[in-house]
Design a protein around this ligand. Structure first.
Ligand code: MN
Length: 509
C-alpha cells in the first residue's frame, strides 16, 4: 500500500512572488480551475491581507473552484486572520495557513521578541484561526535554522492549540537532504502529539536542493508537500510540483508513496503557468522542459526504436505530452473543432467557439496542417482574460534592405477607430512605436520573445512581451502565422492587461 502524499500548491501565492510574475484575478481563477483538474489537494490562493487583488482572487476561487481545499496565508496576527476568514467564508472547503518565525536570527533581528513571546503569539493565533475554521495549518518560518528543541516545543504547543497541519519550511533554501530528513525524523520522534497532525514541508531551491530535500522529508514522515508549477517562486523558486510528483510516481518502488495528481494534466498546467506569468521554462528542465523527452544520441534512438524502456523511464504521454498529431485542416467542421477543443480540456462559450473557429479557418487556409499546439494558441488568443480597451483592426508593415521600416496600424480605442503610421529600427519596432503613439502608453518594454509553436516556416509564431509601468509588470501574448502581427497582438494584449489593472486600482481606491 502506497503512502498517500498531499499536494499543496502555492503557485498562486509563493509562485506569484517570483520576480516578474503577477497575475490578475481572472488569470488566477483560470489557473485554479486547471489546478483542480490536475488534482491538487490544497490550493493556496493568496495572502488575503496583502492586497485587494489577492483578497478578491481567494474569495472568487473559494466560491467558484470545486474540488481542492482553498487556503489563504495569514501572519500570526488577528487582522490577517480576520481578512483570511473574510476571503474564505464562501468556500466549502477552507483552510487558514498562519505562520510565525521561530529562528533566533529572525526573532532577534527582525521581530525583536523572545522565544517565549513568539510561542505565545503562535498558540494564540492558531486558536484564533480555529475559532473560524476547523482546518488550520501552522508554519514556523525559517524552521531549518531554528534550534530543534525549541522547534519541537512550538510544534507541540500549536498542535495542542488545534493546528492539524504543521509545515516545516526551509525558508531560505539552506538545508541539505541529509540534514532536512533528520529534522523531519526528529520531529516525528520528539513531538509527543505529532500523530494528531500532518507534517508538511516547504522547500526553496536556492542551492538546487528543493526537490531532493522534499523527497528525503517524505522518506522520514512528511505527508504534505508545498510546491509550485514549474518551480516558480521567491528567488530561485520552490520545490517543483511536476518533479516531485513524477519522482514519486516513477519510483513508487523506492518511495512507497504517491500523490493523487492526474499526471496527464501536468504539461497543460505548465504551459498555462508559462503563458500567464511570461516566465519561460528552461529547455533542459526535468519533466516539462522542451528537451525532457527528446533523444539526440544515435545509440539512444536505436535503443528506443527497438524497445522504449531501454532509454525512457517515463512515457511522454504520462505527463500529457501527446505526439503532435495532425488534427485538422481547412475542411474540418465546427463540430469536429469543438469536440477536439473539449478533448484538449477547453470548454468555451458559443461566442468564444465562433471566434476561435473563424481564426482556425484563416489559419487552416494559410498553413494547411493545424496541430494541437496551434489550437491551444488560438484558444489562448481568442479567450483573453481581460476586457479589451484596445483592439487591433488592421496593420501593415514594410521592411527590407535599404528601406526605413514603416508601419501603418488601425486600432479601435474604446470603440473609436484610430489610424496612424510610424517608423522604427525594424518592422516590429515600427509597429510598436505606432501602437505606443496611438495608445499614449507610458509603459516600458521589458522583454520580447518569439517562439515557433510547431516546426516549419509556415508555423504559428507565438510572441510574449513583458511590460512595466510603475511597479506593475504584465505579460502579453499573441499568436499568428505572421510574427509581426503576433508581435502587435502580444503588445496590445499586455496594454489591455495594464489598463485592466489601472482601472481595477482606480475602483478599489
Ligand atoms: Mn516560500
Amino acid at each position: 500500500m502506497n503512502k498517500s502524499i498531499k499536494i499543496f500548491d502555492t503557485t498562486l501565492r509563493d509562485g506569484e512572488q517570483s520576480p516578474g510574475a503577477s497575475m490578475n484575478v481572472e488569470e488566477k481563477i483560470t489557473l485554479a480551475r486547471q489546478l483542480a483538474r490536475l488534482g491538487v489537494d490544497i490550493i493556496e490562493a493568496g495572502f488575503a491581507i496583502s492586497s485587494p487583488g489577492d483578497f478578491e482572487a481567494i474569495r472568487r476561487i473559494g466560491a467558484e473552484v470545486e474540488g481542492p481545499i482553498i487556503c489563504s496565508l495569514a501572519r500570526a496576527k488577528k487582522e490577517d486572520i480576520d481578512r483570511a476568514w473574510e476571503a474564505l467564508k464562501d468556500a466549502p472547503k477552507r483552510r487558514i495557513h498562519t505562520f510565525h518565525s521561530t529562528s533566533d536570527i529572525h526573532l532577534k533581528h527582525q521581530y525583536r521578541i523572545s522565544r517565549e513571546e513568539a510561542l505565545k503569539r503562535s498558540v494564540e493565533m492558531v486558536k484564533y484561526a480555529r475559532s473560524y475554521v476547523d482546518d488550520v495549518e501552522f508554519s514556523p518560518m525559517d524552521a531549518s535554522r531554528t534550534d530543534p528543541a525549541y522547534l519541537h516545543e512550538v510544534l507541540e504547543a500549536v498542535i495542542d492549540a488545534g493546528a492539524s497541519t504543521v509545515n516545516i519550511p526551509d525558508t531560505v533554501g539552506y538545508s541539505t537532504p541529509g540534514e532536512f530528513g533528520a529534522l523531519i525524523m526528529g520531529i516525528t520522534e520528539k513531538v509527543k502529539n505529532i500523530k494528531k497532525a500532518i507534517i508538511s514541508v516547504h522547500c526553496h531551491n536556492d542551492l538546487g536542493l528543493a526537490v531532493a530535500n522534499v523527497l528525503r522529508a517524505i522518506e522520514n514522515g512528511a505527508e504534505q508537500v508545498e510546491c509550485t508549477v514549474n518551480g516558480i517562486g521567491e528567488r530561485a523558486g520552490n520545490c517543483s510540483m511536476e518533479e516531485v510528483v513524477m519522482a514519486l510516481r516513477t519510483r513508487k518502488d523506492y518511495y512507497g508513496a504517491d500523490t493523487g495528481i492526474t499526471t496527464e494534466e501536468i504539461m497543460r498546467t505548465s504551459r498555462l503557468v508559462t503563458k500567464i506569468t511570461g516566465i519561460q521554462v528552461q529547455p533542459n528542465k526535468a519533466i516539462v522542459g522542451a528537451n525532457a523527452f527528446s533523444h539526440e544520441s544515435g545509440i539512444h534512438q536505436d535503443g528506443l526504436l527497438k524497445e522504449r524502456s531501454t532509454y525512457e523511464i517515463m512515457r511522454p504521454e504520462s505527463i500529457g505530452l501527446v505526439k503532435t498529431n495532425l488534427v485538422m485542416g481547412k475542411h474540418s467542421g465546427r463540430h469536429a473543432f469543438r469536440s477536439r477543443l473539449q478533448e484538449l480540456g477547453h470548454e468555451l462559450t458559443d461566442e468564444e467557439i465562433n471566434r476561435a473557429f473563424e481564426r482556425f479557418k484563416q489559419i487552416a487556409d494559410q498553413k494547411k496542417e493545424v496541430f494541437d499546439e496551434d489550437l491551444e494558441a488560438i484558444v489562448a488568443d481568442e479567450t483573453q482574460q481581460v476586457q479589451e480597451v484596445y483592439v487591433l483592426k488592421s496593420m501593415h508593415a514594410e521592411s527590407g534592405t535599404g528601406v526605413t521600416p514603416t508601419a501603418e496600424v488601425e486600432m479601435e480605442v474604446e470603440g473609436k477607430t484610430v489610424k496612424q503610421t510610424g517608423k522604427g529600427d525594424g518592422p516590429v519596432d515600427a509597429v510598436y512605436k505606432t501602437i505606443a503613439a496611438i495608445t499614449g502608453t507610458k509603459s516600458k518594454l521589458e522583454a520580447y520573445l518569439v517562439k515557433g509553436i510547431t516546426g516549419g516556416t509556415d508555423a504559428l509564431g507565438e510572441v510574449t512581451v513583458k511590460l512595466e509601468e510603475g511597479n506593475k509588470k504584465v505579460a502579453g501574448h499573441g499568436a499568428d502565422t505572421d510574427i509581426i502581427v503576433a508581435s502587435a497582438k502580444a503588445y496590445i494584449n499586455a496594454l489591455n492587461k495594464l489598463e485592466y489593472w489601472k482601472r481595477g486600482k482606480a475602483k478599489s481606491g
